[in-house]
Design a protein around this ligand. Structure first.
Ligand code: CA
Length: 198
């Protein structure tokens, strides 16, 4: 059962680690401003997708997973950020996310931009689980789904822009790449899979 569900993962290797791509944004063909059930079960097409919180939670329950973010700016430079001990808890916790630590040795960004999201429940445009007076998703982050606190220094599920846009927090961005309001060109999020046996 578990193996059948994991077959939905697009598997990639980075160094000696095997990862599942759980989110990817390459073009604007898929709208990521979506309600809770879509973020739970997943959505998208070949290039732009979110695999869903249920499957993500399952994967992180199987082994000690590393999270890897791959972020591309408008000169096509790639920035990476890795986190040890990434976990997404089950539905009863509103898919609370946590991690053990930022892995600077495997990252080429200047710091931990996820710290505001650590230990937070997932929120969407129609489900406000954040600590902010209003809805982080609706007011600041383009109706994206994410682990908002009050709110977030990253927004990988935000709006795709057709060029570099500054001072636009609704766009896809990651603070330690080019600030918390400057749009990025593409993003991919990976979660480590258990090493396959012989
Ligand atoms: Ca709120």
């Amino acid at each position: 059962q578990t193996d059948a569900r994991l077959s939905a993962c697009r598997k990639v290797c980075r160094g000696s680690k095997l990862f599942c791509v759980f989110q990817q944004r390459l073009t604007d063909s898929v709208n990521f401003s979506r309600p809770w059930p879509d973020y739970v079960s997943g959505f998208g097409d070949e290039d732009n997708f979110w695999i869903g919180l249920e499957l993500l939670s399952l994967i992180t329950s199987l082994s000690n997973s590393t999270l890897r973010a791959e972020l591309f700016d408008w000169s096509d430079a790639m920035f990476s950020a890795e986190y040890l001990g990434f976990v997404v808890k089950n539905a009863s916790t509103q898919y609370t996310m946590d991690y053990a630590g930022f892995l600077s040795a495997n990252s080429n960004v200047t710091g931990d931009s996820l710290s505001l999201c650590r230990g937070e429940k997932f929120s969407t445009m129609d489900r406000d689980n954040d600590n902010f007076g209003g809805s982080c998703s609706l007011i600041y982050h383009g109706a994206a789904g994410w682990w908002f606190r009050g709110c977030s220094n990253v927004n990988p599920n935000g709006w795709m822009t057709s060029g570099q846009v500054d001072n636009f927090p609704k766009a896809v961005h990651w603070y330690s790449v080019h600030g918390n309001k400057n749009s990025l060109k593409a993003v991919r999020l990976l979660v480590q899979l258990p090493t396959e046996g012989p």
